[in-house]
Design a binder for this molecule. Structure first.
Ligand code: KG4
Ligand code: ZN
Length: 347
């Protein structure tokens, strides 16, 4: 495939991108809906799909303009087919399918999680398999053994909240705003992470499974036990944010290293919104460097949801001759399978 156009609408970000030859990012536009959802303190699914509908066509025009190509030059279309919010997924899939139909090009439905794995390839095309992948976002926290592109073995996942979800819930409870990840990341920079101690869920268990709801509850309980004056003490809140973040990061690092031990792999690829976290990036990179592992993080704009990674992943499957039927439906719980071949016509 030469030019693949990707569409991502699995949650609240609307994004359209064009990728050339699988790993050259030609144009990528992401239009977040944070302002629209902020006043509700979270994502409102119905509102998200309406917003996707509003944003998709102008984004498509912008991206083609930025790429400097005509739509007839697009060789294939890829859209996120799951996991995600059904109504949101429907918008992006519908858009890509209609374009594929009108311009007589192939269409492929892409697994959002597999898309995240492809994000670092857009900047470091030399990433070789095998590697351990830590996918850590608002909806997912899991570790995969990636034997080769297209072969994924789930090593472990969260048994309750995703890490990003814990960030968002803690921030909401403490009245810090939404989404919580970037806010707590910022506050933690100035906080003392030794002030409070929070035990990470399943931290001591020799497994690749995670649990974040216990840390979240412990932070909320600590906050509740503060006096009204303490609850308004900025320095104390920074310390609380830093201590919470420390427990999350310690758990993520421990489990990732457990996955390295299990697989014997020497590389780690991190993806998902929480991969934008400065302390997490620093900690994993430093530990990897000291112990001889290669660590890959996408740049910040490719950590969070974007269509470039969907186009890159779509190109991989389309180039292998895989196609999805135009009758393909969104699957809100779509798993990342062991031998992943996108979507066969019989899916
Ligand atoms: O991958 P993503 O854009 O959407 C999902 O698929 O969930 O991730 C969004 C999540 C949110 O929970 C947000 O709070 C978190 O990623 N996040 C962060 C940071 N930036 C975004 N968490 C920690 N530190 C950050 N800097
Ligand atoms: Zn995501």
């Amino acid at each position: 495939m030469t030019f693949v156009l990707g569409v991502e609408t699995s949650c609240d970000d609307t994004s359209v991108a064009v990728v050339e030859n699988g790993n050259r990012l030609v144009a990528n536009h992401v239009s977040g809906q944070l302002d629209a959802h902020r006043r509700f303190g979270g994502i409102v699914p119905e509102g998200a799909s309406r917003k996707h509908l509003e944003l998709l066509l102008p984004l498509l025009d912008d991206v083609l303009h930025l790429a400097g190509i005509d739509i007839t030059q697009i060789d294939g279309y890829a859209a996120t087919a799951g996991p995600g919010l059904t109504g949101s997924l429907l918008m992006g899939m519908c858009c890509a399918k209609v374009l594929a139909l009108v311009y007589d090009r192939p269409f492929i439905g892409v697994n959002h999680l597999e898309g995240h794995l492809f994000a670092p390839r857009l900047e470091q095309p030399d990433i070789q398999t095998p590697f351990v992948s830590l996918l850590v976002s608002g909806g997912h926290t899991s570790l995969y053994a990636v034997k080769e592109w297209g072969h994924y073995r789930l090593l472990g996942k969260t048994r309750d909240d995703a890490a990003g979800e814990a960030y968002d819930k803690v921030a909401k409870y403490l009245g810090l705003g939404w989404p919580g990840g970037p806010i707590i990341d910022e506050m933690a920079q100035e906080g003392n992470s030794d002030r409070f101690f929070f035990r990470g869920g399943l931290e001591e268990e020799a497994s690749c499974d995670f649990s974040f709801s216990g840390i979240k509850t412990a932070v909320v309980r600590t906050f509740k036990n503060l006096s009204a004056r303490e609850q308004k003490d900025t320095a104390l809140l920074h310390d609380l944010a830093a201590s919470f973040q420390e427990a999350v990061i310690r758990t993520l690092v421990k489990k990732t290293w457990h996955a390295l031990l299990l697989t014997g792999y020497k590389q780690v690829v991190v993806g998902g919104g929480v991969a934008a976290n400065r302390a997490l990036r620093e900690r994993i990179k430093k530990k990897g460097e000291n112990e001889g592992y290669r660590i890959f993080f996408p740049s910040l704009s490719l950590c969070t949801d974007n269509a470039a990674m969907i186009a890159a992943c779509g190109d991989f499957h389309l180039s292998r001759g895989e196609r999805s039927p135009l009758t393909l439906e969104p699957d809100p719980r779509l798993p990342l399978g062991p031998t992943h071949t996108a979507f066969s016509p019989f899916h």
